[in-house]
Design a protein around this ligand. Structure first.
Ligand SMILES: [Zn+2]
Length: 347
């Protein structure tokens, strides 16, 4: 997975901020990640003697899932330069590992050449089972289950991955997940997977190029790791994913409260979702069918300017604060090229 993010905390109004009716001032206080240096995250309390972790190889969300027992193993498309760090993690946490490409004489697809797959965990039997499943198929249900993802979520993902649609484009996975979500009024930010493009790229080179572009325009935030759960849930109401998300986030809050605050700052927001690369993440709150917002704090999408203009034209100034108010009924009844959905991860 391409990682271009750096932990730099600042408010980002995006390419086309929705600031006509409001400004940055009415936003939440931007969480500052003090004491961090690029990918390094300082711990608030020592963890097996470690005072900091890196948010890369493995991502902290994945390592947290392993250390909390949510996942039995994690697999990493490892940059070989990360080996000293991984080796140190293995020593500290008493983790075991396997390089399945060597074991099964089969090379995986690597987005960046020179990488290597590693599977690590506490239990050798579970690592071996995951490696065996890896050798058979990496888009199968048994592989996802071996990694510890909820079976319901793995099934939805595999069905989407294998769906052949010769007449029309396969919808983005977010649309499938949203379609399977029954209670939509309030969603938990811990299952917000909108910015997780990993394993959602199935549209060929154009899709890959757009994914790289969206990562690039969000390079001021750790876009690639804005996640609590590292998998795609079957629905935003999936109980198993929600329970896992809660556990992982509690771990982050305990050991790295600044980092946890940073993740939440970006994930806990309402999103008007049009398509994979066209969404509007708002600094706002939904109350009684009205969305009060002040701007786009990021991540920003590749949505065209006309889409932002239209949202702005549908909004009215909010009374007491410098901000705008969007009537959700108006949003849904307006004529759009792509039908919008409101994914309310905001609190
Ligand atoms: Zn599920």
């Amino acid at each position: 997975m391409v990682h271009m993010g750096r932990i730099v905390r600042m408010g980002h109004m995006g390419r086309m901020g929705l600031t006509k009716h409001g400004g940055e001032k009415c936003g939440k206080v931007v969480n500052k990640l003090s004491g961090t240096n690029d990918l390094n995250v300082k711990l608030a309390r020592p963890l097996c003697g470690l005072t900091e972790l890196r948010d890369y190889d493995p991502y902290i969300s994945d390592l947290a899932a392993l250390l909390t027992g949510v996942k039995p193993v994690i697999y990493i498309d490892l940059d070989i330069r990360s080996w000293p760090y991984i080796h140190e993690l293995c020593r500290r946490f008493k983790l075991k590992y396997v390089f399945p490409e060597e074991e099964y004489h089969k090379e995986a697809f690597h987005l960046t050449p020179g990488k290597k797959i590693i599977i690590l965990g506490f239990n050798q039997r579970k690592i071996r089972e995951a490696a065996r499943q890896w050798s058979i198929s990496v888009v199968s249900v048994p592989w996802g289950v071996a990694l510890g993802y909820p079976q319901c979520c793995v099934k939805t993902y595999a069905k989407w991955q294998h769906a052949e649609s010769p007449f029309k484009k396969t919808p983005d996975l977010i649309k499938v997940i949203s379609g399977q979500t029954r209670a939509k009024e309030q969603l938990s930010f811990t299952v917000n997977n909108i910015y997780n493009y990993y394993s959602r790229i199935r549209g060929g080179p154009k899709d890959e190029a757009m994914q790289q572009e969206i990562v690039a325009i969000n390079s001021n935030i750790t876009f690639a790791t804005l996640q609590v759960i590292s998998w795609h849930p079957c629905s935003y109401n999936c109980r198993k994913s929600l329970a896992a998300g809660e556990k992982i986030f509690a771990f982050m809050e305990y050991y790295m409260p600044n980092f946890a605050g940073h993740i939440k700052h970006y994930l806990a927001r309402p999103v008007i979702f049009f398509d994979k690369y066209e969404f509007v993440t708002l600094d706002g709150r939904l109350r009684a069918g009205k969305l009060d917002y002040c701007g786009i704090p990021g991540p920003v999408s590749l949505a065209p300017a006309a889409l932002f203009d239209k949202i702005r034209s549908l909004s009215e100034p909010a009374e007491k604060r410098r901000g705008a108010r969007l009537d959700i009924k108006k949003l849904f009844s307006a004529a759009w090229k792509k039908k919008p959905e409101l994914l309310n991860f905001g609190e």
